[in-house]
Design a protein around this ligand. Structure first.
Ligand code: APR
Length: 248
């Protein structure tokens, strides 16, 4: 275990960004907390109310879809009611000004795109898109009546959000694009993720292998802070990222 990463200020992060021409961001649920979407593992997070073993695994959804739809409907209400926060807008502005090559997000809330980010790799899919679990046919969200769940496709299969449940693979295209971004960046901003869930948690290690500097933005240290991270900017992303932008 290495010593904890060096703590830096928003101004110092602006200087680091200016000195690195190929910056990529890896984001997790923490960046959307200030948009009203709870994260998963902080106190009061989603997994403190829904046991992931019973709600987040694909076999749990297939075995008891009515039960899992209770969580899916709660997530859908949170996501459709959420708006981007200053952290999302700051990353979109960094991209627009040429300081950010792309975002690899673990989030399924579409908030990076809503904030104007163009290159977004949806590593765990998008909860606003619905597909059939059997035939993969697309079911537009506006065609679905959530008052009668579970929902079924004409083929008889279960309709589900196009997200990656535990026990499912990462979409190959997303995995390939994420690895390409991680291998070619020289600075990886790891924002609002606990780094607990593989294979997304391997992305900082891939970037590090390709000599990238790793900077974490998080309310508190994570497992990465004592292993891979070079610099740690502690605090809320919604407050800190606009301050970084001010200094660029
Ligand atoms: N600003 C910065 N960081 C924050 C903020 C904030 N306002 N609020 C919370 N955080 C941090 C927490 O300290 C924590 O380290 O965000 C992190 C959220 O961690 P998790 O809840 O584990 O979320 P995440 O890392 O995205 O989970 C990864 O696990 O359950 C699966 O598929 C799900 O994509 C998710 C994956």
């Amino acid at each position: 275990m290495k010593a904890k990463a060096k703590e830096i200020s928003p101004q110092e992060l602006a200087g680091i960004i200016r000195r690195h021409p190929r910056v990529v961001a890896l984001t997790g649920a923490g960046i959307s907390v200030e948009s009203g979407i709870p994260d998963f593992r902080s106190a009061g997070g989603l997994w403190s109310r829904f046991d992931p073993m019973e709600y987040a695994y694909i076999h749990a959804f297939r075995r008891n879809p009515a039960k899992v739809w209770a969580m899916l409907k709660e997530m859908d209400a949170l996501i459709t009611g959420a708006r981007p926060n200053p952290a999302h807008y700051a990353l979109a502005e960094l991209e627009a000004r040429g300081f950010l090559a792309g975002i690899i997000t673990q989030n399924v809330d579409n908030l990076h795109q809503a904030a104007g980010s163009k290159r977004v790799v949806e590593y765990h899919g998008n909860a606003l898109v619905f597909v059939c679990d059997t035939c993969r046919g697309c079911h537009p969200r506006e065609s679905l009546d959530f008052s009668h769940t579970p929902l079924y496709c004409l083929c008889g299969g279960l309709v589900r959000p196009d997200v990656v449940f535990f026990g499912e693979p990462i979409p190959p295209a997303a995995q390939a694009e994420a690895e390409e971004l991680a291998q070619h960046c020289d600075l990886l901003l790891v924002i609002g993720t606990s780094g607990e869930v593989a294979p997304a948690s391997y992305i900082p290690a891939i970037a590090k292998e390709w000599n990238a500097v790793i900077v974490e933005v998080n309310l508190e240290p994570t497992r990465l802070t004592y292993s891979l991270t070079n610099h740690f900017l502690q605090g809320s992303a919604g407050k800190l990222l606009p301050l970084v932008l001010q200094d660029l």
